[in-house]
Design a protein around this ligand. Structure first.
Ligand code: CTP
Length: 414
């Protein structure tokens, strides 16, 4: 996971009373691991669920509860913590504290600090479903959203009452993604649209069988996350993924190459950067059977006729020649031999600004691996070999290179 955004940031983490407070400990740990300096403020009620010591240990800084004691001799901690914060998160946010925030009450250290801060606010409400659906709670939540607070969740799930309903706190990874999204607002891709394709397309033979490949979608998901963390509005157009999808990213789920082509071309006119990381099947069964294909007694072989699929990036290049969008197009070349020669040929044939070449026979670079060793080839002839790195780090490098290309107004297609 990238630390670029959170490293060195001052994050105020407010924890209010609710069983989900135990999950806030995980959130605190994740923030601290990402390099953020986390100041935890708990309400009295929160301490009934988890002790301040837990948060102090996880953040490496004293977790505070009381407005009237001054740890470290600071008589006005709410003012200093409020001023220092780059971001404030309240997770879990109870109905009671939510109402106080909407009304501007400041009757404890947390609400006083939040009233005093100008930091952006991420809220993760968690409560019993009737409390959440109550019009008064809904009105307060709407007020806070209108003032710019980012609300994450609540989700539907099993609640403390053991009932199923809306009111379950969003997962820590989801809250972390929202926090990253807020911090990325001033990133180099703020206001830009990035489309990433991911996964291996599935080409049906009959209703239950299909042709596909070994792509896990990991690289595409990492690229979508990296683009999101630079402030972009990201759409991930993906075939079935073998990994969890990214948070804070719009998703368009497709199955076949034709569906992926249609989705990408529909988005292209509004796309600044397109990254084609999907492993698109070059051929599909010519005539998929409407019913499950049955073998006949004594049948020794089955021949399936395949026809060519559209080349998505080549079609994007044709469209770009007409409308000038996307500004930057990046392709991938997954090769098993003649890496640079094949990648150079694809760069030219698909009229790309940049191609990311990797040898999928390398132990650290194959499909499904967590790492990748890539070489970037640019339309202007530059070649840049990067060291073996995690797919997250590789994604950051690819995005940095795409941003640099866009800064030039997009490199001339080859
Ligand atoms: N690609 C595409 N449409 C296709 C096939 C590939 O847009 N029908 C894109 C991929 O997303 C990738 C790049 O083109 O960004 C190269 O994909 P790759 O499968 O390596 O190359 P192909 O063009 O399919 O060439 P070959 O299979 O002959 O190596």
């Amino acid at each position: 996971m990238s630390d670029q955004l959170l490293s060195g940031k001052r994050v105020l983490l407010g924890v209010t009373g609710g069983i989900a407070a135990y999950k806030a400990a995980d959130l605190c740990s994740k923030l601290a691991q990402a390099g953020a300096q986390v100041d935890v403020i708990m309400t009295e009620a929160a301490t009934r669920f988890v002790g301040p010591l837990t948060f102090s240990a996880l953040s490496g800084r004293p977790a505070r509860v009381d407005m009237w004691t001054a740890p470290g001799g600071d008589p006005i901690p709410h003012v200093h913590m409020a001023a220092a914060a780059d971001l404030a998160i309240v997770a879990p946010l109870s109905a009671n504290t939510l109402a106080k925030l909407a009304l501007g009450l400041a009757d404890n250290l947390l609400t006083a600090t939040l009233l005093a801060t100008e930091a952006p606010l991420v809220l993760a409400p968690a409560m019993e479903s009737h409390m959440w659906s109550n019009p008064v709670t809904q009105a307060h939540a709407k007020t806070l959203r209108k003032r710019g607070a980012v609300q994450v969740g609540p989700g539907v799930g099993r609640l403390a009452s053991s009932a199923l309903g809306a009111g379950r706190m969003a997962e820590p990874v989801e809250i972390l993604a929202a926090a990253r999204g807020v911090l990325a607002r001033s990133g180099p891709l703020a206001g830009r649209r990035v489309v990433v394709t991911a996964g291996g397309t599935q080409e049906p033979l009959d209703p239950v069988r299909y042709i596909t490949n070994a792509s896990s979608g990991k690289m595409g998901v990492a690229l979508a996350e990296a683009a999101r963390d630079l402030g972009a509005e990201v759409t991930l157009v993906h075939a079935p993924l073998a990994v969890p999808g990214p948070y804070g990213v719009e998703r368009v789920s497709v199955r076949t190459a034709i569906e992926m082509r249609d989705a990408v071309l529909a988005l292209a006119p509004a796309t600044d950067i397109l990254i084609g990381a999907a492993a698109v099947a070059d051929f599909r069964p010519a005539d998929p059977a409407a019913q499950k294909i049955k073998k006949t007694p004594g049948q020794a072989a089955l021949t399936i006729e395949l026809v060519r699929n559209p080349d998505i990036l080549a079609e994007v290049a044709a469209l770009r020649a007409e409308i000038g969008r996307p500004a930057v197009v990046v392709g991938f070349a997954a090769e098993t031999q003649d890496l640079l020669a094949n990648a150079t040929a694809k760069l030219a044939a698909k009229r790309l600004d940049m191609i990311v070449a990797n040898d999928v026979t390398d132990p650290g670079s194959g499909f499904g691996s967590d790492t990748n060793q890539i070489t970037l080839l640019y339309a202007d002839g530059r070649v840049e070999a990067l060291p073996l790195a995690s797919k997250g780090e590789v994604a950051e490098r690819v995005l940095d290179a795409a941003v640099a290309s866009m800064g030039d107004g997009g490199l001339a297609p080859g």
